[in-house]
Ligand binder design. Sequence first.
Ligand code: KIV
Length: 271
Amino acid sequence: MSVYRNVKKITTHVLSEMKMKGEKITTLTVYDYTMARILDNAGIDIALVGDSAANVMAGHVTTLPVTLDEMINYASSVMRGVKRALVVVDLPFGSYQGNSKQALASAIRIMKETGASAIKVEGGEEIAESVTRILSAGIPVMGHLGLTPQSINKFGTYAVRAQDETEAQKLLADAHLLEQLGCFAIVLEKIPAALGAKVTQELKIPLIGIGAGRYVDGQVLVLHDMLGLNNEFSPRFLRRYLNLYEEITGAVQQYIHDVRTNDFPNEKEQY
Ligand code: KIV
C-alpha cells in the first residue's frame, strides 16, 4: 500500500513529492456530496469537479454549456463530502477565455464560494497570461493539454490528438510553458503513450493521464464511465469497474415489481 494513503490531507506539495518518489497519483471526477464522500473515504488523491458535469450530470452533448454558477454548485457539494483529497475545479468554457481579468475573477469565485484547493484550465500558450494572473493571486492551477473538450468545435472530432510531429511539438512546448508559469500538474488527454512518457520524463510536475498511456504520473477517469453508468461510451482507454447501468436497472425493475405485487412493504417494513 502507498505510504501516501496515510497522509491526512493531499496538497499540491504532496503530489509533487509523489511524483519524485514514483508513487502513482489517483484522480476521479466527481460532482456531488454522496459520491465525493465515497471516493474520499476510499482514498482517492484528487477529486476533480470536471466540466464533464455538462455531459454526465446535465445530459449535454459537449462540455460547453455548463456555467460558472453550476460548477460552483457542484464543487460546493463535493467539498462537503471531502476531507482528504485535493479538490480541483474546472473553469468552464467562457469563464476564462475572454481575458486574464475575467479568468482571475472566475477563479476567485470558485475559490471563495466553494473552498476548493485549485482550478483547472484547458490550453497552453493561448491562455498563458490568464494562468499567470490566476497564479499571482495564490490560486494553484492545473493545466489540461491534448484533447481539450472545450475546443471540440475546433477539432471537429474526439480522435487521439498530437499524432503528428507538429502538434506533438506544440504540446511539449505548452507543457514546459505551463510548468514554467507555475502550474502544479497537467492533465494529458487522449494522446499517444510515447508522447505521454516523453512529457512525463521532461517535466518535474505531475502529469495525470486520461488515454495518455501508462508512463504518466497518475490517471484520471470520469466517474460515471468507470462505474459503467453510461453504456454508450467505450473509448479504448476506459476500464469499466462496474456495470451500474445494469445493476441499477435491475434494482429499479425489482422495486417496480415488488410494489405492483404488494410485496413491498411487508409486515416488518411498516409501523
Ligand atoms: O471534465 C473532465 O472530466 C475532465 C477530465 C476528463 C480530465 O477534464
